[in-house]
Design a protein around this ligand. Structure first.
Ligand code: 5RP
Length: 228
């Protein structure tokens, strides 16, 4: 009898475990947000409990991850007290073959970019379905200031995108989010820079300047490592 194909959750668990190889013992690390990162936090805690890794603490990118880290007894360190992190581990909604990502499906994009900015190395963990040729099939999350929403909707329309307010969601910073459908992001760095100039944009979910240096992808054949 052949084994059934692994589920998406099993693929996420596989890369969450594999990411531990990128975590230096005894140093504060950056921790992202999402279902894959939840599994990473669990794997990190198990490794610490087994005594094979010393956790000096984590800078967290969301209330969700903070709570999970603290439940496991891992100290959460304020980003404002840290000048540099050796590594930041986070998921992605899409990643291309150069390590550019769309992020923000979990509404944590602003803090994610702030923590990524502190890190020397971004290790992205994702199941294989997230790897794309061109970013944009996943609606682009953008954290915005509420009064700018109508003008930003018009600006995205001029780029060929349809921006939709994410219903019932405010970020940890108290802002609404737009999800922009229908963009084909062929030059992620240029589009990130352009959207960043628009008044009312807090953070755009294109991570080009803060792209991944390594991506661990969960595939049917096991963990595929992409180095950018
Ligand atoms: C949260 C994010 C997440 O990294 C992204 O949504 C992927 O999440 P998941 O691991 O649940 O697929 O950007 O803001």
């Amino acid at each position: 009898m052949t084994n059934p194909a692994p589920t998406q959750d099993q693929l996420k668990a596989l890369v969450a475990e594999a990411a531990l190889a990128h975590v230096p013992s005894g140093q504060v690390i950056g921790v992202g947000t999402g279902s894959t990162v939840d599994l990473f936090i669990d794997a990190l805690a198990a490794r610490v409990a087994a005594g094979s890794l010393v956790a000096a603490g984590a800078v967290s990118s969301s209330e969700r991850s903070t709570q999970r880290l603290q439940r496991h007894g891992i100290a959460v360190v304020e980003a404002s007290t840290v000048e540099r992190l050796p590594v930041y581990v986070d998921g992605a909604d899409e990643i291309d073959h150069q390590g550019h990502m769309i992020k923000g499906g979990g509404a944590a994009l602003t803090r994610e970019k702030i923590v990524a900015d502190l890190a020397e190395r971004f290790v992205c963990i994702a199941d294989g379905s997230k790897l794309v040729e061109v970013l944009g099939r996943y609606p682009l999350p953008v954290e915005v200031v509420a009064m700018a929403v109508p003008q930003l909707v018009r600006r995205f329309a001029a780029l060929g995108g349809r921006a939709v307010l994410r219903a019932g969601v405010l970020t940890d910073n108290g802002h609404p989010l737009l999800d922009v459908h229908g963009l084909s992001i062929h030059d992620p760095a240029a589009m990130e820079a352009e959207i960043n100039q628009w008044p009312g944009v807090v953070t755009v979910g294109i991570f080009a300047r803060h792209r991944a240096q390594v991506c661990l992808l969960g595939t049917l054949q096991g963990v595929r490592t992409l180095v950018f």
